[in-house]
Ligand binder design. Sequence first.
Ligand code: PEP
Ligand code: MN
Length: 338
Amino acid sequence: MIVVMKPGCAQQDVDHVVELIRQYGLKDHVIVGTDRTVVAAIGDKRGLDMSAIENAPMVDNMVPILKPYKVASKEVKREPSVIRLPNGATMGGKKFSVIAGPCSVEDEKQLLTTAEAVKKAGAIGLRGGAFKPRTNPYEFQGLGEAGLKLLAKAREVTGLAVCTEVMSIDQMDLVAHYADILQIGTRNMHNFNLLAAAGKTQKPVMLKRGWSAELKEFLLAAEYIMNEGNQQVILCERGIRTHEQYVRNTLPLAIIPAVKNESHLPIVIDPSQGTGHAYMVPSMCKASLAAGADGLLIEVHPDPEHAMTDGAQSITTDTFAKTMEELRRIADAVDREV
Ligand code: PEP
Ligand code: MN
C-alpha cells in the first residue's frame, strides 16, 4: 500500500504515518519525490484494514501497489533514481556513466595503467575483480584482499570510484571496506542471504541479472537489497544463456526500456560478459546509450592477449578511448552526457 501525502506536508505528518504503519506490523519506506512524499507500507497485509490511515493529517489518498516488487517499482517512485558515488559521480540521470577496467585485478602495473587510461578517456569508475566467481575451481580465483588494496591505490591515484565483486557474506565487511560499489555477480543473483547482507551496508550495489532470470526475478532480487534499507541499487544486464553459439551470452538490450517502464532504478549494460568477444563490444556500447541505458560496466585491459581472465572479451585501452569518443557524439544526439 502507498500512502500519498498532500503537497507541503510537514515532517511530523510523515512521522505520524510511519508510526501508524509500524503499529500495523508493516515496514515503512519513505520516498521523498520532487512534488510528493509517499510512504510505502510493505509486508503481509492479509486481514488488515488500513483505511483508517487515510484520516491522518495531510494524507491525500492510499493506493495499492500491484507489482510484486514494491520499493523497486515505479508505482512507489516515479522519478528515476540518481545514485551518488563518493567521488561526486552519479549513476542514473542525464549522465551516461562508464565504469571500466579489467575483469580481474592481476598486479599493480596492469591495474594502474588501465585505471589511468580509462580515467583519461572519461570513465567515472574502475572495475576489477579481487574475488572471482570461476566456473572451474582450478582457474585463477583472484588476488583477494591484495587485489582490493590495489583497487584502493588506483582510486587514490585517479579519483575513480571502485566497483568490485563480493561473492559471499563472510567477505562483505572486507569488500565493503574497500569498494565504492559492491558488485553482485550473475551467479549470486538468487543468493537471497547475500542480497540482504548487501542491503545492510550503505554502499551502492551493482546487481547483475542472473543469466537465466526473468526481469521480474531480477527486480525482486533488487527488492531484497532495498527491503533492508539500502535504496542504492544499480541494475546490470550482462547477457543471458540462449541456444546461440556465436556469442558467449545473448545481450537483450530490450531490457533497457522494459526496466524504465517498471522501475526507477538505473540500468547499466555489461557488453563484455554480454557478448564474449571484444570486436562486438564497441557496437553494444553505442547501442546501449542509444537505447537509453544509464551507463556501462565494461572490461578493458592494457594487454588483452595476456589477460588472466576474460581476455577474449576485453577491449584495449585504445579501443576504449575511441569508443568513448563515439559515445560522446551519440550522447549529443540523444541529449545525454558522457
Ligand atoms: C565479471 O564482471 O567479471 C563477472 C564475473 O560478471 P558476471 O557475474 O556477470 O559473470
Ligand atoms: Mn569478466
